[in-house]
Write a protein that binds this ligand. Structure first.
Ligand code: ACO
Length: 424
């Protein structure tokens, strides 16, 4: 199979066909407009390959997710978030020396410029941490102006992964009105994040390894998901050669939306709503099926996974374990299980292939770990950062990079004659 035939206005065109390493077939339309004058239309990009990428493979029907060829199940069980970050960005699992160096670099770039503290002061204490995060990530560009991509890319990658957890923790402390807790060099990446969020100056903070492991696993599961909304935003912004901080800040903004990363906060709010309404989950299933209600079952459905979300499967088991080990009996888990059971038996959800996605169970684990609801999407952003950076690097390292600039089918007015305001 090496070409596809297109007939337009009676004329036949040959379009090249590409086959990816997992046998995915794509019709290359790069020359379509030049050859035919026509463009393609694909609202929401459900059928459009926006780039070639060697980072993550998903088979939505089979529930497969692999980073650089490694199954997510193996990485979640055997690896660490930092190792996965290295794998995503540089393409190979690190050797012992490479991992030590990476950890060392990440540890030694975790401080924020002290002037940034004044910027945190400028936010109201009710500021949503995602708003603070996107502003602060963009503001790093004023402290570390990018002058030469090739020279500075690696240092900026380290700075971002290292500093994002300090920014996240500071924004949380700011919302509590508590003093900022500075990073500690003797802790793991995830341990340091927990320390900066939950320690207070007067007390030694000991967190359980169960919490550290669970959070690390969550970060791994969120680390990349090929051309999702926020990653495509990162690629779009990065294609203009915007600096990496502005580019990643754009991704944070896209992730915030409730149809994307913001869903994890919405899931918990929905489960709380149901729990406080006599646990009447059937009422909410009916509402979700009624298009006029405007209500959706948050944490259900996915653009790509139409059978099961492998990340949700891992998290379902993990949430049981974490709650058991921490001795937490959360009624929200019962609501979640009831919703899942009924939804999976209901023809509405079966016909539309709506299954629990990663956000359905991640919120329950975040809650058990003591992470406040409005920080859930920030946790997702910390996890997704290596993926964004891997895609940004792949994009910028491509010598054939062109600015991303889609076309449109214009459906507005044709030429009209302007009428002065007094005559309208
Ligand atoms: N509850 C009820 N009905 C739903 C839901 C839901 N959660 N999701 C989709 N549907 C229905 C749609 O109304 C549509 O019905 P129709 O065919 O009768 O019109 C059908 O299922 C197909 O849904 P689409 O919206 O076309 O699917 P799309 O791929 O565009 O959207 C999305 C995927 C955004 C994830 C959607 O399922 C949704 O809004 N889910 C809830 C939000 C959520 O959990 N987001 C997190 C996604 S995972 C992530 O970003 C990490």
């Amino acid at each position: 199979m090496d070409s596809a035939k297109l007939t337009l206005n009676g004329k036949e065109y040959d379009l090249p066909v590409l086959v990816g390493s997992e046998q995915e077939v794509a019709i290359d339309i790069t020359q379509l407009r030049a050859q035919t004058g026509a463009i393609t239309l694909d609202d929401g990009y459900g059928n459009t390959g926006s780039c070639k990428s060697a980072i993550t493979f998903i088979d939505g029907d089979k529930g497969i997710l692999r980073y650089r060829g490694y199954p997510i199940e193996e990485l979640a069980n055997k690896s660490s978030f930092i190792e996965v970050a290295y794998l995503l960005i540089y393409g190979e699992l690190p050797t012992v020396d490479q991992l030590d160096q990476f950890k060392h670099d990440l540890t030694h770039h975790s401080l924020l410029p002290e002037d940034m503290k004044k910027m945190f002061e400028g936010f109201t204490s009710s500021a949503h941490p995602m708003g603070v995060l996107s502003s602060m990530v963009a503001s790093l560009s004023t402290f570390y102006p990018e002058t030469d991509y090739k020279q500075e890319a690696n240092l900026n990658i380290i700075r971002l992964i290292s500093k994002i957890k300090t920014i996240a923790a500071f924004s949380y402390k700011k919302s509590l009105g508590q003093p900022y807790i500075y990073p500690r060099n003797d802790l793991s990446y995830t341990g340091d994040l927990l320390h900066m969020m939950f320690a207070v100056p007067s007390e030694k903070y000991d967190f359980s390894p169960v919490i550290e492991d669970a959070l690390d696993k969550l970060l791994i599961l969120h680390a990349d998901h090929e051309q999702n909304c926020s990653t495509s935003t990162v690629r779009m912004a990065g294609s203009s050669h915007a600096n990496v901080y502005a580019t990643i800040s754009a991704g944070v903004g896209a992730l915030w939306g409730p149809l994307h990363g913001g869903a994890n906060q919405e899931v918990i709010e929905m489960l709380e709503l149901i729990a406080n309404d006599n646990m009447d989950y059937k009422k909410y299933i009916s509402q979700a099926k009624d298009k006029n209600s405007g209500f959706k079952l948050m944490g259900f459905g996915h653009r790509v996974y139409k059978n099961f979300d492998p990340r949700a499967q891992i998290l379902k088991g993990a949430s049981d374990r974490v709650l058991h080990e921490l001795g937490i009996n959360d009624p929200l888990l019962e609501v979640a299980k009831n919703l899942e059971r009924v939804a999976l038996e209901d023809p509405y959800f079966i016909e539309r292939k709506l299954y629990p996605n990663v956000d359905f169970y991640s919120g329950i684990i975040y809650k058990a770990l003591g992470i406040p609801t409005n920080m859930f999407t920030v946790m997702f952003a910390i996890g997704r950062l290596p993926g964004w950076l891997a895609h940004w690097k792949e994009l910028r390292d491509n010598p054939a990079l062109r600015i991303n600039r889609p076309r449109q089918v214009y459906t507005g007015h044709t030429r009209r004659v302007y009428t002065p305001v007094e005559n309208r």
